[in-house]
Design a protein around this ligand. Structure first.
Ligand code: NAD
Length: 469
C-alpha cells in the first residue's frame, strides 16, 4: 500500500515536471471531470441517496448543476484567467515590463465534508486544476457511499500522477497533515478548522477554511409573509437542514412570528404532505450520531409543528420551535438539521444587537419589503455572505465569492475566485540589462539632487494636485 508521503512525493514530482502548468493539460483534466459527471450521473444520485436519502432534484441542483457550471466557466475563461496581468509603472520603470504571474501553488490538499459530498469535493478541485496544481483529495468518511464512488471514479478520469484521492477520518487525516502541502483547502466545522490551521502552521502552509455557524434570519414586520414562509421553509428543510447556509434561527416580532408560523405550517404541509416522513422530497440525517445530536434539540422551547422522529430511518420531521431562550442548547451550536427555532425581538435594532453579540456567521438573511431595513441590516451586521428576501441563492452565482468571515472561515472560492485562491500572485518585473544611465541616480555617493530625481520618478502623487512633501 502506498503511504501518504509516497503519494505526496509523487504528486510533487509531477508538479515539478511542469506537466500541470500548460493550458492544454488543465483544459483536458477539466473536460475529463465534466465527462466523469456526465457518465456517472446515475451512480452519483445513487450514492447520495444511500448516504443522505438525498432527493434527485436536490442532488441535481445543489451538487451536479453547480459543478457543471464551475467546470464550464473555468474552461470558457481559462485562457484569460491564466494570462499575465500587466500593471501600471512609474517613470523610473517605464521601459520595463511589470506583471502578475498566476502561479500554481504546487501540491494542494482538499478536505471535504459529508453534507454536499460531491460538490464540496469537486468544486474546489475544479479551481485547483484550473490554476495548475496537483491535488490530494480527502473526502468525508461520514458519507461512505459517495466517498467510495469518488475513490473509484476519479482515477479513471483524471491523470493519476497529478491527482489522488485518500480515504479516512480524523486519525488518517491527522497523519496526512504531517506532510508538507503547498495549500490546504478545508471545508468543515470551526472546531476541526482550528486543528487544520494548527497543522498547517507547522509548515507555514496557507489555508482556506470554509466553516459553518449559526446563520440568522430576521423577518421584518413589513414583509410578504407567504413568500417568506415558502423561501425560509425551502432553504431550511433542503437536505434536511444539513446545509452550511441554512437559516439557523428566525428573529422577528411576536406579531410577525404568529403570522409566519401559520404560513410555514401550511407551507410544510404543501411541500411534504400530511406526513412528511412519507415524502420522497425530504432527506434523512446522515448518521445515528448526528440523529441523536439534532433530535436532542427538540427539548429546547415548545414544538409548534413537527417534532416526530424515527431513529430506524434517521428521520426528523420539519419542526418549528417557539419560546426558545438564548441559553437553550439549540442556541449554543449550529443546528444542522430540520429544526427551526423562532426568537422574538422588538425590531431591527434588537435583531442587529442580537446578531452582533455572536460569532460572525457564514450567511445573514433579512426578509423585508422596506429597502431601508434591508440596507440597515446589510450595513450593520457582518457575515460571509448576505441575501435579502431569500436564502442560499447567493451561493449559486459564480460571480460572487463564497466564504466565511471570522468564526465562519477565511478565504473564498467559486468561479474566478477559486482560480485566484489556488494561484499565487507572483510579482514579476523584467528590466533591461542596459540603460545604466537611468539607474545611476540611485547609487552612492548620494546627494540631494539625485534624491529629488528619484522621488519624482518613483513616488505616487496624490490626485488633484495637492501632494505630501
Ligand atoms: P467536519 O469538520 O467534522 O469534517 C470535515 C472533514 O474533516 C472530513 O473530511 C473529516 O474526515 C475531517 N476531519 C474531521 N475531524 C478531523 C480531525 N480531528 N482532524 C483532521 N481531519 C478531521 O465537518 P462535517 O461534520 O463533515 O461538516 C459539517 C460542518 O461543515 C458544519 O459546521 C458545516 O457548517 C460546515 N460546512 C461548511 C461549508 C462551507 O462551505 N462553509 C460547507 C459544508 C459544511
Amino acid at each position: 500500500m502506498t503511504s501518504y508521503s509516497d503519494t505526496v512525493n509523487l504528486l510533487r514530482e509531477s508538479f515539478m515536471s511542469g506537466k500541470t502548468r500548460t493550458e492544454q493539460f488543465r483544459r483536458s483534466q477539466l473536460e475529463a471531470l465534466g465527462k466523469l459527471i456526465e457518465e456517472n450521473t446515475a451512480e452519483i444520485y445513487e450514492s447520495l441517496k444511500k448516504d443522505l436519502r438525498k432527493p434527485q432534484f436536490e442532488a441535481e441542483i445543489s451538487e451536479l448543476s453547480l459543478i457543471r457550471s464551475e467546470i464550464n466557466l473555468a474552461i470558457n475563461n481559462l485562457n484569460s484567467w491564466m494570462k499575465d496581468e500587466h500593471v501600471s509603472k512609474n517613470i523610473a520603470t517605464s521601459f520595463d515590463s511589470a506583471f502578475i504571474r498566476k502561479d500554481p501553488f504546487g501540491v494542494v490538499l482538499i478536505i471535504s465534508p459529508w453534507n454536499y459530498p460531491v460538490q464540496l469535493a469537486l468544486i474546489p478541485l475544479v479551481g485547483a486544476i484550473a490554476a495548475g496544481n496537483c491535488v490530494l483529495l480527502k473526502p468525508s468518511e461520514i458519507s461512505p457511499n459517495t466517498e467510495r464512488l469518488l475513490v473509484d471514479v476519479l482515477p479513471r478520469y483524471l491523470d493519476k500522477d497529478c491527482y489522488a484521492v485518500f480515504c479516512g477520518g480524523a486519525e488518517e487525516t491527522s497523519q496526512l497533515l504531517e506532510n508538507k502541502f503547498d495549500y490546504i483547502f478545508f471545508t468543515g466545522n470551526p472546531h476541526v478548522g482550528r486543528i487544520i490551521m494548527t497543522a498547517a502552521a507547522k509548515h507555514l502552509t496557507p489555508v482556506t477554511l470554509e466553516l459553518g455557524g449559526k446563520n440568522p434570519c430576521y423577518v421584518d414586520d413589513d414583509c410578504d409573509v407567504q413568500n417568506a414562509a415558502k423561501r425560509i421553509a425551502w432553504t431550511k428543510f433542503f437536505n434536511a437542514g444539513q446545509t452550511c447556509l441554512a437559516p439557523d434561527y428566525v428573529l422577528c416580532s411576536e406579531r410577525t412570528r404568529d403570522k409566519l408560523l401559520s404560513a410555514m405550517q401550511s407551507t410544510i404541509q404543501a411541500f411534504y404532505g400530511e406526513d412528511p416522513k412519507l415524502s420522497p422530497d425530504l432527506a434523512r440525517i446522515i448518521t445515528d450520531r448526528h440523529f441523536h445530536r439534532v433530535s436532542g434539540f427538540l427539548g429546547s422551547g415548545r414544538i409548534v409543528t413537527g417534532g416526530q422522529t424515527d431513529e430506524t430511518e434517521r428521520y426528523i420531521a420539519p419542526t418549528l420551535l417557539v419560546d426558545v431562550k438564548e441559553s437553550d442548547p439549540i442556541m449554543q451550536e449550529e443546528i444542522f438539521g430540520p429544526i427551526l427555532p423562532f426568537l422574538t425581538v422588538e425590531g431591527i435594532e434588537d435583531a442587529i444587537r442580537f446578531i452582533n453579540l455572536r460569532e460572525k456567521p457564514l450567511a445573514a438573511y433579512v426578509y423585508s419589503c422596506n429597502a431601508q431595513v434591508v440596507d440597515q441590516f446589510l450595513t450593520r451586521t457582518q457575515s460571509g455572505g448576505f441575501c435579502a428576501n431569500d436564502g442560499l441563492m447567493h451561493s449559486t452565482l459564480t460571480a460572487l465569492p463564497f466564504g466565511g468571515v471570522g468564526n465562519s472561515g477565511m478565504g473564498k472560492y467559486h468561479g474566478k475566485f477559486s482560480f485566484d485562491t489556488f494561484s499565487h500572485d507572483r510579482a514579476c518585473h523584467l528590466r533591461s540589462a542596459g540603460l545604466e544611465k537611468l539607474n545611476e541616480v540611485r547609487y552612492p555617493p548620494y546627494n540631494l539632487s539625485r534624491l529629488s530625481i528619484l522621488r519624482y520618478s518613483t513616488e505616487v502623487k496624490r490626485k488633484g494636485g495637492c501632494s505630501l512633501q
